[in-house]
Design a protein around this ligand. Sequence first.
Ligand SMILES: Nc1ncnc2c1ncn2[C@@H]1O[C@H](COP(=O)(O)OP(=O)(O)OP(=O)(O)O)[C@@H](O)[C@H]1O
Ligand SMILES: [Mg+2]
Length: 346
Amino acid sequence: MLSLVPVMKKQQVLNCSFSAWYPIFKHITIDSHILPLSKEFLAYLDADGIYLPKSPTDAPSDIIDDTEEIDHNKTPSFPDLEASIKESIQSLGGRVFPKLNWSSPRDASWMARGNTLRCSRVNDILLLLKSSDFVSHDLSLPFEHCTDCEDGQENNVKYELILRRWTDISEATEFRVFVKNDDIIGISQRDHTNFFPDLIPLANDINLEIEDFHDRHIAGNFPDHNYVYDIYRQDKRKFLLIDFNPFGEVTDPLLFNWTDLNQLDVTSPESQSWETFRIVRSFEGIQPSQYLSYSIPTDILHLTTGLDANKLADFLRMELQMPDQQESSSSDDEDASPVDEDQPEK
Ligand SMILES: Nc1ncnc2c1ncn2[C@@H]1O[C@H](COP(=O)(O)OP(=O)(O)OP(=O)(O)O)[C@@H](O)[C@H]1O
Ligand SMILES: [Mg+2]
């Protein structure tokens, strides 16, 4: 029935922007800082090539200065932003997870040392942001699939860099929750590319715990009736809210599909056979990762095939600008407190 199919509106996407929901759900999510981004910095993110800003304290590099073709205008400088990032990293325990208003640079983690989004230095963050197609999408097409936004229309979004305290998250117990008319219509294992046998005996309990978490903390507090959110079950009845996503095609439906989610009418008799809680129940049920297409980056293809010599030059310059990694692998930082459902609400 067509009338049941929700159409995605610009406001729904804006509601999922980090700074829109964070103040409402601060007490049940990971401690985070929001840093406003200037037009100059956005232009730098948008520009071709992987130039890292030249910090005033950088030692001059002979190799860079001796290279005749370097365009020094391309080497930007953002001392205020860099200082704010450093301060935030320090106050968030020394290691952070970066993202823009909606997306993290998950597709670019192959670029980072250690293949992780865990950042302890300004350049770690900038390199990830500059290399990510997901971040570019936030910048160029934030309202894709919205029925009230025309192609090419200027978006006027206030862009922000979000730095979140690094928190070790086990993908086995992360879930995506699909909400329509404020009711849960679907819960999917977040990482549908793996089979976690330990989840099977817990399935019923987890389903009920998530329903309870939804009723106590989410329903009625998010400024929309249709939305999707991700949560991490840290322990029995202890959840951390990770992120909100729009109810629509821009959000990966994981073990569901958008045709079904859009058309589901919970009041119809056919919906009785609808399976709300979905996990991978065997090795055969595993689905391919959406990130597979990012595992052989086109930039690297260009480098290896020599299709784009400028990219190789950018890459080498960037490496020259990176000081040695001194990152500690200890996990002694303080993680965010999970919501303990046995405790009274704050
Ligand atoms: N503070 C953090 N520390 C460590 N890992 C994190 C942190 N925040 C998120 N993650 C991990 O990164 C994943 C992606 O985070 P998030 O949803 O914020 O990014 P996203 O770009 O919106 O992803 P998606 O498009 O898949 O929703 C989470 O599912 C979680 O596993
Ligand atoms: Mg998200």
